[in-house]
Design a binder for this molecule. Structure first.
Ligand code: F0G
Length: 465
């Protein structure tokens, strides 16, 4: 097996030949704030070891005014040019761009719908409640918006192998983009702790898939060691190009809202890359004059994987409180989140908060989003459960416009959904109140003899219920 070296020069060589929009990348350490134009394989600061971020101000938004940018992006919505068809690359003035368009690895990601949630609006009493459904991306999760950018730079650097540690969605996305970009992919996932549908995606897209006898945190630690030893290009959200792509969720959302900022954006938190990316985008939009004010950005975690909540509440956001993560929302079963400092910064900068929800609250919220006819995976449903909690606390007012970020598709975790509807989830652990709250949301399948009578009788019973 031959793995070419992916040097920092390789990572940056796009810059010199880049077109009008491209400029040298400036990486800034989020800890000591030192600046570099070359990033090491592990994307960590050479001085203090903290994470790097890309300073996008260097591109000066292609020299365009806020109105000129908005109208350029609007016009691109009716263009059939390959880059314009991507809901990520359409916003390329605010992204790192490769030297040549030919290097872009795209599956027409982004373009994720913004749905109204009339049923949940009634239940929560929040009339302007919206869901930005990132689960409608090509591989079924928000990861695609970051992966298209990072995979593009991986390809441009000439690497053969890309790699990630994952709770499932990153690996599915990385494997797909690697396949499209002609690269090989190595996936490290915790054995028995990711859903079969995510695992099957990685297999189908041709990844070398290793199920490690550890949790996500163990997989990520091992990957960090691997990239220092072997020239594989890391595609976890530690890679700042990933976060640049994930910023476009916020650009697209604001465009869908005709540039009127919502009051509140609520996002699930795991490794905390997505919240960091959304926050970075909001701050950039404010600085560029694309929006007049910042929405609050709040992060919701599962109670059993609440490292950020504990970090903020018990350690004042100053040092990470790691946890041994346990939750049925396997996507966010993470106890040692890499981007915690980035997340703390953007939560504070936007005036948001972080909260935790129980497994039952999450399951109920997931079924309520399902009953809207759109559905999502368990990790995404923490947003609605979190909103309910923030409403009770008075942190969110019912008059506010609230956007829930649904990060993954309903089909990502069918086991959870089936167990819920067949009353197998939480079996024997619910009290009467909890059970009756869930009962009306359960729709178990009915096994019948194949007779007209049997179906008619069942229909009549359902009509009466
Ligand atoms: N929602 C879903 C569906 C996810 O897959 C993830 C993370 C998150 C939320 C949390 O996002 O990590 O940026 O805070 N999944 C990663 C993975 C870790 O490997 O697929 P985050």
């Amino acid at each position: 097996m031959v793995i070419p070296t992916t040097s920092s020069q390789d990572l940056n060589k796009a810059n010199s030949a880049a077109g009008a929009l491209a400029a040298p990348f400036i990486f800034r350490c989020i800890g000591c704030e030192s600046i570099t134009t070359t990033a090491a394989q592990d994307f960590r600061c050479a001085h203090c070891g903290n994470l790097l971020e890309i300073d996008s101000s260097a591109w000066k938004a292609g020299g365009l005014s806020p109105d000129a940018l908005k109208s350029k992006w609007h016009v691109r919505r009716s263009s059939n040019e390959p880059l314009d068809l991507s809901g990520v690359w359409r916003y390329r003035e605010l992204l790192p761009t490769p030297a040549s368009e030919d290097q872009v690895v795209s599956l027409r990601e982004g373009n994720a719908p913004l749905y109204e949630l009339p049923r949940c609006s009634r239940l929560t009493g929040v009339p302007r409640l919206l869901a930005k459904h990132q689960g409608m991306n090509p591989t079924g999760s928000f990861k695609d918006t970051g992966m298209t950018v990072a995979a593009t730079f991986a390809r441009e650097s000439g690497c053969n192998w890309v790699a990630c540690a994952s709770t499932g969605n990153t690996s599915a996305s990385m494997a797909a983009y690697a396949a499209r970009g002609g690269m090989r992919s190595l996936v490290l996932v915790p054995e028995g702790k990711i859903s079969w549908s995510k695992l099957s995606q990685a297999l189908d897209y041709g990844a070398l898939t290793c199920q490690l006898r550890t949790d996500f945190d163990g997989c990520l630690q091992l990957l960090q060691e691997l990239v220092r030893q072997t020239p594989v290009y890391q595609l976890n959200s530690i890679n700042p190009f990933r976060l640049e792509g994930q910023k476009t969720l916020a650009f697209e959302l604001l465009e869908q809202l005709e540039w009127q900022p919502p009051d509140h954006i609520i996002v699930p938190g795991g490794n905390l890359g997505n919240s960091s990316a959304i926050g970075k985008a909001l701050l950039e939009m404010l600085a560029l004059g694309l929006i007049p004010r910042l929405p609050k950005l709040s992060v919701i975690q599962a109670e059993g994987a609440n490292a950020l909540v504990r970090t903020m509440h018990e350690a004042g956001g100053k040092q990470l409180v790691k946890v041994q993560a346990e939750t049925r929302a396997t996507a966010i079963r993470i106890g040692n989140p890499a981007s915690w400092e980035k997340a703390v910064k953007v939560i504070r900068a936007t005036g948001g908060t972080c909260e935790q929800v129980s497994e039952i609250e999450m399951a109920q919220a997931k079924a309520e989003i399902g009953a809207e006819g759109i559905g999502c995976e368990p990790a995404s449903a923490v947003t609605l459960a979190g909103l309910n909690k923030l409403l009770r606390q008075g942190f969110v007012g019912r008059e506010e416009t609230v956007v829930l970020v649904l990060t993954g598709n309903l089909l990502k975790d069918p086991d959870f959904t089936m167990e819920f509807h067949k009353s197998e989830l939480f079996a024997g652990t619910l009290n009467q109140n909890q059970d009756s709250a869930l009962a009306s949301l359960r729709h178990p399948p009915v096994v019948l003899d194949a007779t007209l009578n049997a179906v008619m009788r069942t229909l009549q019973q359902a009509e009466k219920a």
